[in-house]
Structures are given as structure tokens and as C-alpha cells.
Design a protein around this ligand. Structure first.
Ligand code: HEC
Ligand code: HEC
Ligand code: HEC
Ligand code: HEC
Ligand code: HEC
Length: 233
């Protein structure tokens, strides 16, 4: 670690002595990095403001390493191994089993295992600053690779956007109907279909998604009519 000595000196001066030994976060949260190593500072802040930061995930959940020491070298042993492009899918999949399962059935995953250019979880969601891909952003996320120049299925961004927008409007219908539904309503059975469909995204089979999202949207529309006629539906 080439910068270890000056950074350690800085840390000794700037870190409050009350910091408990070991916790990765205690060291990484230091404001001193804003001056000495801005990249480190931004990575940390990206993380704390993300859903994962809010959910109080530990650095070691994704990086491993040794949180019981303040020694720079020892604490970082293997810290980048679980987040390499060929290991990160499994690391994220430990907590996101459904998405991981869907993803392992996709063309993208097959390409990744052949070490070809294909997206993994981080390509679409970010790494330290993970976020959900929303309909406004999906086109750009896919067009990075799927575009007329690359010739890899250039129609993908438009089809993906149409599907995700349909998912969003299904979600709106779902929220609206569930707010009015009784406990025994048939609306709740549709909620299971919705969850199953969300899980299927990660297989990236757009043709199947197209058919399934159209079907579910029609089912919710019908349910909305039934509920309007009969509050106990
Ligand atoms: C004593 C302070 C300190 C502790 C404790 C510490 N880090 Fe770091 N960490 C740093 C510094 C400084 C760097 C930048 C090193 C460089 O630029 O060469 C860094 C770099 C990193 C990197 C970037 C990759 C690398 O190896 O350079 C990761 C990932 C990381 N730390 C994770 C962790 C995790 C996980 C823990 C706890 C198990 C941890 N850190 C504990 C100070 C610390
Ligand atoms: C949800 C998983 C996850 C958690 C939790 C997480 N990280 Fe990361 N982190 C990643 C991934 C993935 C990368 C790889 C970045 C890339 O590929 O661009 C990364 C990269 C980094 C880097 C930059 C390494 C480099 O040189 O490119 C640092 C520094 C870092 N993490 C520190 C931390 C610290 C400190 C914590 C806890 C506060 C933490 N991470 C928590 C997933 C995570
Ligand atoms: C230690 C468990 C854990 C690991 C590992 C993990 N996550 Fe998460 N993830 C969570 C939790 C907890 C949440 C917040 C609760 C929720 O909404 O599901 C979350 C939320 C998310 C969300 C937002 C979901 C939403 O609906 O708002 C995305 C996207 C995400 N994670 C992607 C990733 C990616 C990509 C990785 C790997 C770099 C990863 N996660 C690794 C536990 C984890
Ligand atoms: C090619 C881009 C892409 C890749 C690769 C990808 N995702 Fe996603 N992910 C999406 C899209 C698009 C959505 C939004 C689907 C929705 O809203 O129903 C999403 C949604 C999510 C969510 C939110 C909950 C949900 O299922 O709707 C989580 C968590 C998540 N992904 C985790 C992962 C993990 C873990 C990996 C790797 C195993 C991964 N994603 C790989 C594009 C991707
Ligand atoms: C890092 C590059 C990359 C990104 C980003 C990416 N893909 Fe792909 N994708 C590929 C490659 C390479 C293939 C295989 C070549 C092909 O079939 O066009 C592929 C194949 C596909 C296929 C199969 C095409 C077919 O006709 O069988 C679908 C569907 C797909 N991607 C959807 C998406 C969606 C949706 C997104 C955005 C959420 C996305 N991809 C983002 C690289 C990428």
C-alpha cells in the first residue's frame, strides 16, 4: 500500500483518540480523508447515503477483511476479493436471493462466466451507492451496451423501458386497490403475481416479461372494475 505511511501519520494526528479499535467505519468516516484521499471520502459518503447505509450494513458484509484490527494491511486482507466482477454477483446474491437466482438464468450471466463484456449487479445498480433502476433511467443503463453502433440487440433499451413503465403503472394500480380492499379480497392473490414478476426481471427475458406484464396489468384493470361494482370483491 504505497500511501500507507503519510496517511497513517495524518490519521494519528486527526482521528479522535476515543475511536474504538477495529471497526472499518470508524476509520473510513474520518473527515480528514476529504483532504488526504478525496476518493475514499466520496466512496464512504456514497455508501452512508445509500439504502445499504441507511439499513446499516457493515463494510464487512460485502468486503470481508478483518474488522478487529486498526492495522492498514491486516484490516484490508482480501477486502476487494468479494467485489471483483467475477465474484460480486454471488456476494450481492447472499442477501438478494431471488434477483440472484433470476440473474443466473440470464444471457448476461452466461456471458459473464465466459469472461465476456456483460453487466453484473454493479453495472446496473451501482456499487457503494446502489439504487433501484427506475423507468426514467433504464434506457440509458441498457443503451450503454445495446445501441446501434454495438449491434447487440439495439431494440433492448426501448423494450426494457416499456416493460418497466408497465410495471410502474401496475404498482400504482396495486397500491390504489389495496388501500380499498377488504381482508378477504381477491386483490391479495394478485399481489403474489406481482412479486413473482418483479423477481423474474433478472432473467432478462423481455419477450416473456412483455406478455406477463400485459397480462397482470389487464388482471388489475379487471379487478378495479369488479371492486368498483362490489366493495367485497
Ligand atoms: C486505520 C484506518 C482504516 C481501517 C481500520 C480500515 N480502513 Fe479501509 N482504507 C483505509 C485507507 C487509508 C485506505 C486507502 C489505502 C490506499 O489508498 O492505498 C483504505 C482502503 C480501503 C478499500 C479500497 C481497496 C484497497 O484495498 O485499497 C476498501 C475496500 C476498504 N478500505 C475497506 C475496508 C474494510 C472492509 C475495513 C474493515 C475490515 C477497513 N477498510 C478498515 C483506512 C482504513
Ligand atoms: C453492498 C456491498 C458493499 C458494502 C456494504 C460496502 N461496499 Fe465498498 N464496494 C462495493 C463494491 C461492489 C465495490 C467495487 C466498486 C467498483 O467495482 O467500482 C466497492 C468499492 C469500495 C472502495 C473502492 C475500491 C477501489 O479502489 O475501487 C472502497 C474504498 C470501499 N468500497 C470501502 C467500503 C467501506 C469503508 C464500506 C463500509 C462503510 C463499504 N465499502 C461497504 C460494495 C460494498
Ligand atoms: C448483507 C446483506 C446485503 C448484501 C450483501 C447486499 N444487500 Fe442490497 N440490500 C440489503 C438490504 C437490507 C436492503 C434494504 C432493504 C430492502 O429494501 O430490501 C438492500 C437494498 C438493495 C437495493 C434497493 C432495493 C429497493 O427495493 O429499494 C438494491 C438495488 C440492492 N440492495 C442491490 C445490492 C447489490 C447490487 C449488492 C451487491 C453489491 C447488494 N445489494 C448486497 C441487503 C444486502
Ligand atoms: C442489466 C441490468 C441489471 C442487472 C445486471 C441486475 N439488475 Fe437488479 N434490477 C434491474 C432493474 C431494471 C430493476 C427494476 C425491476 C423492478 O422495478 O421491478 C432491478 C431491481 C432490483 C432490486 C429491487 C427489488 C426488485 O427485485 O425489484 C434489487 C434488490 C436488485 N435489482 C438486485 C440485483 C442483484 C443482486 C443483481 C445481481 C445478481 C442485479 N440486481 C442485477 C436491473 C439489473
Ligand atoms: C455491459 C454491457 C451490457 C449492459 C449494460 C446490458 N447488456 Fe444486455 N446484453 C449484453 C450482451 C453482450 C448481450 C449478448 C448479445 C446479444 O444477445 O445482443 C446481451 C443480451 C441481452 C438480451 C438477450 C437478447 C436476445 O435477443 O436474446 C437481453 C434481453 C438483454 N441483454 C437485456 C438487457 C437490459 C434490459 C439491459 C438494461 C437493464 C441490458 N441488457 C444491459 C450486454 C449488456
Amino acid at each position: 500500500m504505497k500511501n500507507a505511511i503519510p496517511i497513517l501519520t495524518l490519521l494519528t494526528i486527526l482521528l479522535p483518540l476515543t475511536v474504538t479499535a477495529g471497526e472499518c467505519r470508524d476509520c473510513h468516516q474520518s473527515i480528514a480523508f476529504n483532504e488526504s484521499n478525496p476518493r475514499l471520502f466520496y466512496y464512504y459518503n456514497d455508501f452512508t447515503n445509500s439504502v445499504h447505509g441507511v439499513a446499516r450494513l457493515a463494510c464487512t458484509d460485502c468486503h470481508g477483511g478483518d474488522p478487529s484490527t486498526r492495522d492498514l494491511d491486516k484490516s484490508h486482507v482480501g477486502a476487494m476479493d468479494p467485489v471483483r466482477f467475477d465474484t460480486v454477483t454471488q456476494t450481492c446474491g447472499r442477501c438478494h436471493a431471488d434477483e440472484h437466482h433470476g440473474f443466473t438464468t440470464s444471457a448476461h450471466f452466461r456471458l459473464l462466466t465466459e469472461y465476456r463484456n456483460a453487466p453484473n449487479c454493479v453495472t446496473c445498480h451501482g456499487a457503494m451507492d446502489v439504487e433501484v433502476v427506475n423507468p426514467g433511467k433504464i434506457r440509458a443503463a441498457c443503451a450503454f451496451c445495446h445501441n446501434p453502433e454495438s449491434l447487440t440487440s439495439p431494440d433492448v433499451p426501448e423494450r426494457a423501458e416499456a416493460n418497466l413503465s408497465r410495471m410502474a403503472s401496475i404498482l400504482n394500480l396495486k397500491i390504489d386497490l389495496e388501500a380499498r380492499a377488504t381482508e378477504g379480497s381477491r386483490i391479495w392473490a394478485l399481489a403474489e403475481d406481482y412479486l413473482a414478476l418483479a423477481g423474474r426481471w433478472h432473467a432478462f427475458d423481455l419477450e416473456a416479461m412483455d406478455a406477463a406484464t400485459r397480462r397482470l396489468k389487464a388482471a388489475y384493470r379487471t379487478a378495479a372494475k369488479m371492486l368498483a361494482d362490489n366493495p367485497d370483491f
